[in-house]
Design a binder for this molecule. Structure first.
Ligand SMILES: Cc1cc2nc3c(=O)[nH]c(=O)nc-3n(C[C@H](O)[C@H](O)[C@H](O)COP(=O)(O)OP(=O)(O)OC[C@H]3O[C@@H](n4cnc5c(N)ncnc54)[C@H](O)[C@@H]3O)c2cc1C
Ligand SMILES: NC(=O)c1ccc[n+]([C@@H]2O[C@H](COP(=O)([O-])OP(=O)(O)OC[C@H]3O[C@@H](n4cnc5c(N)ncnc54)[C@H](O)[C@@H]3O)[C@@H](O)[C@H]2O)c1
Length: 483
């Protein structure tokens, strides 16, 4: 049994817990590596946020002829060099991952355990090779993994999740994407932008249905113009077709079933399954070790990120990120890591993460961003009569004219009694940036009028969309309001 001052499971946001405080103490960092590649550094770096957005950018560039044509410029995308794009992206990503691993391996106070571990108690685990580890304090930051459909054919090499699809040898000519959430909508934009024929199916009607209804409907309409979207369909089975005459890779036939029981099929090169992610609490053996596990698979934590066992926090045991958080987002995992880092160092002054005004963006085409409540949730929270909303079209602002923008929207939802912002939702160019002043106002408790009028907005920047959305709300103007 090896004893450490701190043991961390997971090298994603967990990796950032090793602050200078631990320089003269002994830390174990266990990570089995990303399944497809064994890479160090977790999901965001290797198979998540960062590589996806590195594909989003060339896909957006490949689409510029559409916008250029509206502005009187003739452009033509000749093609996207998938192997070159893929290799450029992963040479950078893999280098960062390798560098991170080497750095950790080189530290005398850190033991890197590159193996799958299983908890044996609340602050102990066994490695796959049989070593027993015990720690004074422990953090479970073991993330989540993609869920696969429970249908025949999921073991075929043409079936992909977000963990494998970015490294395929050739860009698919035709791809079926299953799901209507973040990952499905981002990859639909990536592959359609780069030139694949994309068919996206969702079992319900509409895409990104967790968003504000107005924005989700507007996005779904746009998506249908950019690639093929089919609703009320689920995957029933996938079977391999024989290789083509030139000996090229075999594609698959995806069998679908519609909500009214009809059968359909699509011949595609590959299928991307993006129907959600499940926390890795089962992989680490959380329930067997006596930890409380919620119905959705998350490890239960209290307001200080302390893990619960039989409803009570276990001293010195924390969880963070996808394995315990409702929002599976990197900025949330990182914030929780900062809180846990503090709590590990100051057990007498425990802090809690902020749960208010958590934003997210979907880097699709168009881009989406949101923070706070939807209009329906706001009506539920404060009463429909107290809710005021403003939907500002990009196209009705000066920069929107410059862009000849046809679909961009920013919707702000506020309490009409005090002007406090309850939610913000955006769709269109740079939505993930335009939402930030709303996040700022909500985080620092500024009413919409003060947030809009209390600062200069550069004219005629696109950010005037956000300014105008806030100014368009029917809210009280505070006494001595800024002019
Ligand atoms: C395709 C995709 C795109 C995304 N894009 C965005 C985005 O744009 N913005 C955003 O905010 N979020 C995005 N996310 C979500 C974001 O990546 C996650 O919320 C975040 O990475 C979670 O970090 P974590 O530290 O909790 O877990 P991870 O980074 O997943 O780290 C957990 C680590 O634990 C290891 N592990 C698990 N079980 C064991 C075990 N038993 N033994 C040893 N090691 C184990 C895993 O191998 C992994 O390396 C995206 C996710 C995906 C999949
Ligand atoms: N830009 C970002 O911040 C970003 C990007 C990617 C992923 N993520 C995170 O990763 C999480 C997982 O992403 P995701 O897209 O896999 O999940 P998701 O929860 O966003 O979407 C899942 C989709 O799959 C559908 N679905 C669920 N079960 C199904 C089934 N059995 N058959 C058919 N369809 C089914 C759902 O209706 C939904 O449309 C997200 O919730 C998000 O937190 C964030």
């Amino acid at each position: 049994m090896t004893h450490y001052d701190l043991a961390i499971i997971g090298s994603g946001s967990g990796n950032s817990l090793i602050t200078p405080y631990w320089d003269d103490k002994q830390v174990a960092l266990a990570d089995r590596g990303i399944p497809a590649t064994g890479a160090f550094g977790g999901t965001c770096l290797n198979v998540g946020c960062i590589p996806t957005k590195m594909f989003v950018r060339p896909a957006a560039l490949a689409r510029t002829p559409e916008e250029a044509a509206r502005l009187g410029v003739e452009q033509h995308t000749v093609g996207a060099d998938w192997p070159a794009i893929r290799d450029r992206i992963f040479s950078r990503i893999d280098g960062i991952s390798t560098g991170g691993r080497q750095y950790r391996e080189g530290l005398s106070n850190v033991e890197l355990i590159s193996e799958e571990i299983t908890l044996t108690g609340t602050k102990s685990f066994r490695t796959a090779s049989g070593n027993e580890v015990q720690a004074e304090q422990m953090v479970i930051a073991a993330g989540s993994r993609p869920v696969l459909s429970q249908v025949p054919g999921m073991d075929l090499p043409q079936i992909h999740t977000s963990e494998t699809v970015m490294r395929v040898e050739q860009m698919p000519q035709r791809i079926l994407i299953v799901g209507g959430g973040y990952i499905a909508c981002e990859f639909a934009a990536i592959f359609s932008g780069l030139g694949s024929e994309v068919i996206q199916i969702n079992r319900s009607i509409g895409l990104m249905n967790q968003l504000d209804e107005e924005i989700a409907a507007a996005y779904s309409q746009q998506a249908q113009q950019n690639w093929t979207v089919q609703y009320q369909r689920t995957l029933a089975a996938v079977e391999e077709r024989s290789p083509d005459r030139d000996g090229g890779p075999a594609g698959v036939t995806a069998h679908l079933v519609t909500s009214d029981g009809r059968e359909e099929q699509h011949d595609v090169d590959l299928v991307l399954v993006a129907i959600g992610r499940t926390p890795n609490s089962d992989l680490v053996g959380a329930a067997e070790a006596g930890l409380d596990v919620l119905e959705d698979g998350r490890i239960a934590v209290d307001e200080h990120q302390r893990v619960l066992s039989a409803g009570e926090p276990v001293e010195g045991l924390y969880a963070l990120g996808d394995i315990s958080s409702e929002a599976m987002l990197k900025h949330v995992a990182n914030h929780e890591a900062r809180v846990v880092a503090h709590n590990l160092e100051h057990p007498d002054r425990l802090r809690s993460p902020r749960t208010h005004a958590v934003p997210s963006a979907v880097f699709s085409h168009p881009e989406l961003a949101q923070v706070g409540l939807t209009e329906a949730q706001a009506a539920e929270a404060v009463g429909a009569q107290n809710v005021t909303t403003k939907t500002q079209r990009y196209g009705d602002t000066a920069y929107g004219w410059a862009m000849e923008d046809e679909y961009g929207l920013m919707k702000v939802i506020a309490d009409r009694r005090d002007g406090m912002i309850l939610g913000g939702h955006a769709m269109g160019h740079q939505a993930s940036n335009l939402i930030q002043p709303i996040v700022h106002a909500m985080s620092f408790g500024q009413d919409a009028y003060t947030a809009a009028r209390g600062q200069y907005w550069i004219h005629p920047a696109l950010m005037e969309v956000t300014e105008n959305a806030m100014l368009g709300l029917e809210v009280p103007v505070p006494d001595d309001a800024p002019l």
